[in-house]
Design a protein around this ligand. Structure first.
Ligand code: GLN
Ligand code: ZN
Length: 741
């Protein structure tokens, strides 16, 4: 029996890659330095896998931005508008990921989407009519060569063609099927290079196989793999799946000529059943994902050992593995000095999970009489019933809208932002110094009040209609609340990658969640005291807080969502009492943990919507409830958005597809709507003309009386220097539009 992981995180234990990338983008280091330092980081990561006594080393799981984008670039799937810039391969890559606006031209970045139901975002490759698919890079093989001195078994990772096709966008007259022959040729060419390089095992990641598959998907899968496997020669192939079970294609897959199959026993509800009902072929290796790659609790050893025994009894050739890439958990517990020891004992981050694999292997191969209860899990996985919260009826949207307009007197196409303003060095330093106790509370607060004042004056000058206080007291929209509620612990260094160079540090839910005292009121009250324009209060919603935290395993996550709704309801009441007329409850991650399979979705959505409604359904009808959702394609959950019963829904939209913008379901929403008019993640400053076009596009689907104008998301990653022209242009475009109406 051997051990392996699906992939190792690549951002670096101390977020080394983040800092390197940002230096490169600021033109402080050269491309050569970036490449050299990245190579060093890869060596560190491989050494960690060696030190962890894994049997397999995983290669090409490293990426300078995103592995999906790497795969697109490997096969030359690069739209002409990026090529035309004439940049180096590296800078073209970053232009695809982040957009480009410099001396060589202007181009917006490719779309970005949630990676399945994780907290990671991938770059959406774009197939277009003029795309010439072929193998154009040797980067994965060059990385394979970098591991020459390591003695372990080696596997080279590459995103598989099925998932690549499923996750891409098609921006021409042709659909995915057109690209299949060329893509097969390109993968076969890659196989040939792998053989030349004597690659021991090629791991093709196909997480899309855990989605609901239709007949056409199964046909595509068959077409791709019958041809690829016929041409693989002596190359050994591991087909790796994760994020669930492959109930729709398991029977087909095991008949194919793979050498190994990777299955997820943690999230794959039906994986064991599948493996037992149609026997797993004894000539293949099963890479069994039994250590949870998505949560931070220690493995349940008794359950795992039983599972292993069960698989062994079936005569299956086993490799014990993480259930998915370890990029979804932090690197190591060693960075956590402040966690209570009793809690630490129950946790396992990336490095500890690798040790757990070794331990499981030892226990599974030890004398069966040996006592395994010594390492019995600390986590109990009982499934409690989820009880929904009582709802009370509010006035209808139409009634509320009238009252709110009387009270707020807003112009047509009101302009606003999503909440945060630039988190400058000074803002972050102020917080850091306070946290390190180098600053007294009153001085820390004084700084924030000054920053709020600056922010309010700035917004007044720009001419926005609904202002925000700027969120300077928040390091992060989840941690800020987690720190002040009971039931959470906050870590010091448990970063995970969100996208590109951006990381998040999810808190851990360790107990029932309870409200302590007002968390946001004083800041909002102060901001409102500075202006006659309405200042909206901004809170993070219960589903997002839970989705962006590591959850308990002893109760369903949905119970934590409901507990949180009950806790946050106190904050909403406190805000209303202190005079807030507009309260925005952000649920950017509402769709993020939407179960991948349709059958499981309604119960998740019901809890999310129930929690949100419960939070505001005691509010006065005059109080305007806004919500903000971003990052995902939400067109398929539109009816549920309606059930949130919010007055204004602010959606991210500038990087999502046109078809989403034209969705007629927008018309059916009982709420006013903003579809973000510009991308806040790009340094590009949108022009008045571009913004005017964007507003007109939105007016084609949404009546003027129901349209709000706002950027895509919070502005914390931008500078005031970028914001001033961007927001000014947005307000100018909006005023011009008002005159035309
Ligand atoms: N109010 C938050 C902000 O502006 C929302 C962030 C988000 O949606 N990710 O930063
Ligand atoms: Zn957002």
């Amino acid at each position: 029996m051997q051990t392996s992981i699906v992939a190792y995180p690549h951002i670096g234990k101390e977020r080394e890659l983040k800092y390197l990338l940002e230096k490169y983008w600021r033109k402080e280091i050269s491309a050569a330095t970036l490449e050299k330092e990245a190579a060093t980081l890869r060596q560190v990561h491989w050494q960690n896998q060696v030190d962890g006594s894994l049997d397999y080393l995983t290669i090409n799981d490293f990426s300078l931005y995103d592995t999906v984008l790497d795969t697109a670039c490997l096969f030359n799937i690069i739209p002409t508008r990026y090529r035309r810039l004439g940049l180096s391969a590296l800078d073209t890559y970053f232009a695809l990921a982040r957009g480009y606006r410099d001396e060589k031209g202007t181009v917006a970045p490719l779309a970005m989407k949630k990676w399945f139901n994780t907290n990671y975002h991938y770059i959406v490759p774009e197939f277009s009519d003029d795309c010439d698919i072929k193998l154009v890079s040797q980067t994965p093989l060059a990385q394979y060569r970098e591991t020459a001195s390591y003695q372990l078994k080696k596997k080279l990772l590459l995103l598989g063609p099925f998932t690549l096709l499923k996750l891409s966008a098609y921006n021409g007259s042709k659909g995915p099927a057109t690209y299949v022959p060329a893509l097969i040729r390109a993968y076969l060419e890659f196989f040939r290079c792998c053989q030349q390089e004597k690659v021991e095992l090629l791991q093709l990641d196909e997480p899309a196989l855990t989605l609901d598959l239709q007949q056409e998907d199964l046909n595509l899968l068959k077409k791709l793999y019958s041809e690829l496997l016929a041409g693989k020669g002596k190359l050994q192939i591991l087909l790796q799946t994760y994020f669930g079970d492959i109930r729709d294609c398991y029977d087909d897959l095991i008949k194919l000529d793979f050498d190994a199959l990777g299955l997820d026993f943690v999230e794959g509800e039906k994986t064991l059943q599948l493996v037992s009902s149609a026997p797993f072929p004894t000539d293949k290796i099963l890479f069994a994902g039994i250590v949870n790659g998505r949560n931070v609790w220690r493995n349940s050893y008794t359950a795992s050992l039983n599972l292993i025994k069960n698989l062994q009894l079936q005569g299956i050739n086993l490799v014990l593995q993480s259930s998915c890439s370890l990029q979804h958990v932090p690197y190591s517990l060693t960075g956590e000095k402040n966690l209570p020891p009793a809690l630490k004992e129950k946790l396992a981050f990336g490095e500890e999970k690798i040790r757990e694999l070794l331990l499981l292997k030892e226990l599974a191969t030890a004398d069966p009489a040996a006592d395994s209860t010594a390492v019995t899990p600390t986590v109990n996985t009982a499934k409690n019933q989820v009880k929904l919260l009582p709802l009370q009826t509010k006035a209808t949207y139409e009634q509320r809208a009238k009252l709110q307009q009387q009270c707020l007197n807003l112009p047509l196409l009101p302009t606003t932002t999503i909440g945060s303003f630039p988190q400058s060095q000074a803002v972050r330093q102020n917080r850091r110094r306070y946290n390190k106790q180098l600053l007294k509370l009153c001085d820390y607060e004084k700084f924030n009040y000054a920053e709020i004042k600056k922010c309010i004056r700035f917004q007044e000058e720009i001419g926005l209609d609904v202002l925000v206080h700027g969120e300077f007291e928040r390091n992060d929209m989840v941690e800020f609340f987690a720190q002040q509620l009971s039931g959470f612990v906050v870590t010091q260094n448990a970063w995970i990658q969100s996208y590109g160079s951006r990381c998040v540090k999810p808190p851990i839910i360790v107990d029932d969640i309870k409200y302590r005292q007002p968390m946001t009121v004083k800041w909002i009250k102060y901001a409102q005291s500075l202006t006659t324009k309405p200042v909206k209060a901004v809170l993070t919603g219960p589903t997002t807080i839970v989705n962006w935290s590591f959850n308990r395993e002893d109760i369903p996550a949905q119970n934590s969502i409901l507990q949180l709704a009950a806790a946050l309801k106190n904050e909403v009441a406190a805000l209303e009492k202190s005079g807030s007329k507009i309260i925005q409850i952000d649920e950017p991650a509402l769709r993020e943990k939407l179960p991948l399979r349709k059958v499981d979705q309604p119960s998740y959505l019901e809890t999310a919507v129930n929690a949100f409604q419960f939070l505001h359904n005691s509010c006065r009808p005059e109080t305007m409830i806004q919500t903000h959702i971003c990052y995902s394609d939400y067109t398929d959950i539109m009816p549920w958005l309606d059930k949130l019963d919010a007055d204004v829904i602010l959606l991210e939209a500038s990087r999502t597809s046109k078809s989403c913008l034209q969705n007629p379901a927008f018309l059916q929403l009982n709420a006013a709507l903003s579809l973000g008019v510009y991308d806040v993640h790009s340094e590009c400053i949108p022009s008045v003309a571009e913004l005017l076009t964007a507003i007109k596009q939105r007016l084609a689907v949404i009546p003027a009386a129901a349209l709000w104008v706002a950027p895509d998301c919070g502005l914390k990653t931008r500078t005031y220097k970028e914001l001033a022209p961007s927001l000014k242009n947005m307000v100018t475009a909006c005023r011009r539009m008002r005159q035309m109406l």
